[in-house]
Design a protein around this ligand. Structure first.
Ligand code: KG4
Ligand code: ZN
Length: 333
């Protein structure tokens, strides 16, 4: 059974082929254009998807050594994401399924980040908690089964990846700045500066306050010393990263303790962060957790994870009609 999956929810155009539950190819084309603007520009993202999608799909098929005629279904990301971006993948998938006369499978992007943990071994056991952290999401999800999950808490404003990227912008670093903050943080002192931790109820997060406090902190210090950022870059990055990581892990630990769950997974682009990985490992030892972090190619936005969900949905013959349209605010019910 061969399924082609397409992901176009934000600024990565991706296609993957899965055969009987094993990923055969996973192609991702990023969009450098957004660097010029310091963030994703939705209008440019949808145009770039239009430009990339045919080549990305062709490459996914040829890398998997599969022809279109051998496909049994076409899967696509229905939401959440940017409407214009989702429309490109949705329309492409619908057209291809119609032309080949094969089923169409819609996939929820959030569910896909979580089920990315089933692509490779070791796989978490149900129930597990998944901390999904990226440029678009910050959520703690209780995963009871492949298709039974509950979002326990999420951010009320910015995603944690946005907090990394916006801090980087304030420091004059290029977009996306998260990986650069990580790089400089590794050379700095995390205790050099202190930023307030947001107090949020339950398992909710908030990252807009820390961005504002960094802005004022930089303004004040730059008035006294115009070279403040250059002279303290590594310490600022280390301190900001430490604060963000602590905010994430405090809530994760609270959820794990309250629900008495020891199977803990993380997903999303920010799970590449070395500070988060290190602190998570330390916490896992103290709390006796088994932790799961997918291979990096399956952490950031990719069609491999969409294909994994599609595989499970195909087994249940859970198909979509040709009437289906994107859902930019699709929630996990
Ligand atoms: O999952 P992803 O590729 O796309 C979204 O769904 O958003 O995540 C991208 C986000 C960006 O905000 C990027 O700065 C952040 O992940 N990121 C990192 C690191 N690598 C990627 N943030 C901190 N440290 C990293 N090493
Ligand atoms: Zn994502």
């Amino acid at each position: 059974m061969n399924i082609l999956a397409i992901e176009s929810s934000c600024d990565d155009t991706s296609a993957a082929v899965i055969t009987n539950g094993k990923i055969r190819s996973n192609i991702v084309a990023g969009q450098l254009i957004h660097e010029l603007y310091g963030g994703v520009v939705p209008e440019l993202a949808s145009r770039a998807h239009q430009q990339h999608i045919v080549r990305v799909v062709d490459k996914a098929l040829s890398d998997a050594n599969i022809t279109k005629k051998e496909l049994n279904a076409i899967a696509f990301t229905r939401g959440p994401g940017l409407l214009g971006s989702l429309l490109v993948g949705t329309s492409f998938a619908k057209a291809m399924a119609l032309a080949l006369d094969i089923p169409l499978i819609e996939v929820n992007h959030i569910q896909a980040h979580v089920l990315a943990h089933f692509i490779d071994d070791p796989k978490p056991a149900f129930p597990f908690l998944c901390l999904t952290v990226s440029g678009g999401h910050t959520q703690i999800v209780l995963v009871k089964d492949y298709d039974k999950m509950e979002v326990l808490g999420q951010t009320m404003d910015d995603a944690v990846g946005e907090a990394f990227d916006k801090t980087a912008k304030l420091l004059g670093l290029p977009y996306p700045g998260g990986p650069l903050i990580d790089k400089y943080a590794q050379m700095g002192n995390a205790k050099a500066f202190e930023f307030p931790l947001a107090e949020m109820p339950q398992y909710q997060f908030s990252f807009s306050g820390i961005k504002t406090s960094i802005l004022y902190f930089l303004k004040k210090n730059m008035q006294e010393n115009p070279n403040f950022i250059e002279q303290n870059l590594t310490d600022i990055c280390a301190s900001v990263q430490d604060t963000l990581v602590r905010m994430l892990l405090q809530k994760l630990r609270r959820a794990a303790r309250e629900l008495k769950i020891k199977e803990i997974a993380i997903a999303g682009g920010v799970s590449a962060n070395s500070g988060l990985r290190k602190s998570l490992k330390e916490m896992a030892e103290k709390e006796h957790w088994n932790i799961y972090i997918p291979d990096f190619q399956y952490c950031t936005d990719n069609a491999g994870m969409i294909a994994m969900v599609a595989h499970f949905k195909y087994l249940k013959q859970d198909f979509s009609s040709q009437e289906v349209s994107p859902m930019p605010r699709m929630e996990w019910e």
